[in-house]
Design a protein around this ligand. Structure first.
Ligand code: MBD
Ligand code: FE
Length: 284
């Protein structure tokens, strides 16, 4: 056996590392799969070359990704959150939802949507814990030309006034607190009662929270209400409405804020108007 001499076949070498890996891809591979694999390998190798990690640093990176994929509660691992805080979720959304002229743009879905919430009639109060400042939301679903869309199904969800979604506080909050599903009427309208959303930190007790802290970034999201609007024959809109007076509009931890999504929130003091919405005092 000898440890020198020149092999007559291509072996791994640092300079051509990405090309060598990509040359192994089979000939019958689906073209899109090939394209994606080649691009990812090319950029990963370039990043590693630029960084020049020590073994310890590379192991730390692998440990971070492993932790990110582990369940940190019974229902949550953090890969979506990682994508969110790195701006990848917003980038993928931007690539896929160019809808020039739309009154309401898309934004990020986030990790707290729950399927199968039952329908509520228009006007329902989705706040079941009685905390927070009352808010009446009046909405209209329209197509890109501004024509009303009847029968659109609209999911809404937000945190409670302590800054937690119901699923983050099972047993502490009423089940389904601050979630609703509504249907638009013949004018495309629906309304509901809730509480003013507040800014709150994204979960920061896991690996993504540690990453943000290491980067000197805060975990706060601008105050928002989530919406998914679906209607047969139309592209689904996943979006939020933001409270206009929130201090984190300009520095949302997941880059979700768009100008068109900053809502108009007017304070109403008139008792007669409160009464007409089934409320007993000032509301937004
Ligand atoms: C959220 O509430 C959210 O909406 C997103 C996008 C990410 C983390 C927490
Ligand atoms: Fe959210």
């Amino acid at each position: 056996m000898s440890a020198h001499g020149k092999a007559a076949f291509p072996l791994f070498d640092e300079e051509h590392s990405a090309d060598i890996v990509n040359a192994r891809i089979g000939t019958e591979v689906d073209p899109r799969t090939r394209q994606i694999a080649e691009i990812v390998v090319k950029h990963l190798h370039a990043a590693v070359k630029e960084i020049g990690p020590t073994h310890e640093e590379w192991l730390a990176a692998i440990r971070f990704l492993t932790d990110t994929g582990h369940m940190c509660t019974d229902w949550r691992q953090e890969f979506i959150l990682l994508s969110d805080v790195l701006g990848i979720s917003m980038l993928v959304d931007a690539i896929n939802h160019r809808r020039p002229g739309a009154a309401t743009e898309n934004t990020i879905l986030g990790p707290f949507f729950v399927e199968g919430v039952p329908f509520s009639p228009s006007g329902a109060n989705i706040c079941l814990d009685g905390k927070g400042e009352p808010l009446v939301v009046q909405a209209e679903v329209a197509d890109i030309e501004g024509n009303p869309v009847e029968g659109a199904v609209v999911d809404v969800w937000q945190t409670n006034d302590d800054g937690f979604y119901d699923v983050q506080q099972k047993g502490l909050q009423p089940d389904g607190n601050l979630r609703g599903k509504f249907q638009s009427d013949a004018q495309g309208r629906f309304w509901f009662r809730t509480v003013k959303p507040r800014d709150y930190p994204i979960p920061d007790d896991g690996p993504v929270g540690k990453l943000l802290a290491k980067l000197g970034r805060h975990p706060n999201r601008a105050a928002h209400i989530h919406f998914i609007i679906q209607a047969p024959g139309y592209e689904t809109v996943i979006t939020h409405v933001f409270a206009p007076d929130c201090p984190y509009l300009a520095e949302d931890a997941v880059f979700g804020v768009k100008e068109s999504l900053i809502g108009r929130f007017d304070k109403v003091e008139d008792p007669a108007r409160a009464d007409s919405f089934g409320l007993s005092g000032p509301f937004w």
